[in-house]
Design a protein around this ligand. Sequence first.
Ligand SMILES: *Cc1c(COP(=O)(O)O)cnc(C)c1O
Length: 464
Amino acid sequence: MNAPAEMAAVDTHAIQAMDSANYMHPFTDTKELASKGARVIVKGEGIFVWDSEGKKILDGMSGLWCVNVGYGRTELAEAAYKQMTVLPYYNSFFNTTNVPAVELAKAIVSVAPEGFHHVFFTGSGSEGNDTIFRMVRRYWDLKGQPQKKTLIARNNAYHGSTVCGASLGGMTYMHAQGDLPIPGIAHIEQPYYFEHGQGMTEEAFGIKAAGWLEEKILAIGADKVAAFIGEPVQGAGGVIIPPMSYWPEIQRICKKYDVLLASDEVICGFGRTGQWFGCQTFGYQPDLITFAKGVSSGYLPLGGVLVGDRVAQVLIEQGGDFNHGFTYSGHPAACAVALENIAILKRENLVTRIRDDVGPYFKEKFEALTDHPLVGIANAKGLMGGLLLVRNKATLQRFGSDKGIGMVCRGHMFGNGMIMRHVGDRMIIAPPFVITRAQIDDMFALIRKCLDATLEDVKARGWL
Ligand SMILES: *Cc1c(COP(=O)(O)O)cnc(C)c1O
């Protein structure tokens, strides 16, 4: 397939010059980017994007874990257009509501796990987690236990980039900028079997890793702990898939100490793991669920919190005003797009397809990458996967962080028309749900070619 004909010609150098003159990018060294020039993405169709030089690239990351129904969906464009011509915006603050927000809340509840009947809308995942932070404290205030304030999260978790989101997250390089985390947030170690579980069965390691939560609750005092928050699968942390024993044990511990359980499903929500929500895949029932990304397939920004009955009843029955919300909470156009996005997921059976068809096929191919000399470990769940690049397969010896092996590999990927992202020495992938078996075959042929190129490069650098 060549670049779609309707693609407008773009002057790459002019755009790059304007980019470095005026545009400060997120999570980017602006000076370094200016020296090499950003890649300009101009068009998307299905699972592919094109850059301004006409290069076609297979988007193995669905944008940023969000374009789940694929690019070029005119249904979503039409939903936005139609809503914008009728009512582009109105707020939900002062005893007003709008039709798409109401319909979307109902649609989300209809696919949510049991025990969820309320949705709080935000503009993003970070704002969803900020909402959880404030909501659980509000809940315990109303329950007459205002001292139950601390939220426990995990190292190497990603919960967004607002002050609260970055604090809940466990990224030390984020904490290092601006004195984070804010008070009232504690972290425990992540359930990363490779780093912390060697010599144990995965099952036993899952129980042990969940036990770190119990230790932390006891250290802080259960009467001071409001909630635990975690991603079903840590996404930005490198697609760290916990053992199946982990989450049910986390649930048991939260129940035992009367700690609310929040599931950050900004990536896992709306089908990524082969169920509508990751907590269903991993067998636990949270009190709160954060969603964003996949709810609208990224076509318009939208996020929110699914509020479980336990919390909703207290907030609604005895709460009065909850002094929290965003200008774009329940944005009509974003909600109209999300509504159509959910309709597409259902109409095309995309979630079931991940569970029964493309998911298992993808997993088999992804985990088979361990036969490559550079790949030490590879694990997948649903349509997401992470692999570890190693120097020595037999001993799983790593390259060392000074080498930037992930960045080297990512360079060969992009250069060959394949997007996988790197997180340290892990390479991660989360392709759009619409990917076909034939496209999965092509994608893995491409990935293998890129791994081979990386291997040659690594040899040439004398790193082996
Ligand atoms: C992306 C992400 C967020 C933050 O969402 P934004 O829309 O970027 O604010 C929060 N949690 C998880 C798990 C994410 O992957």
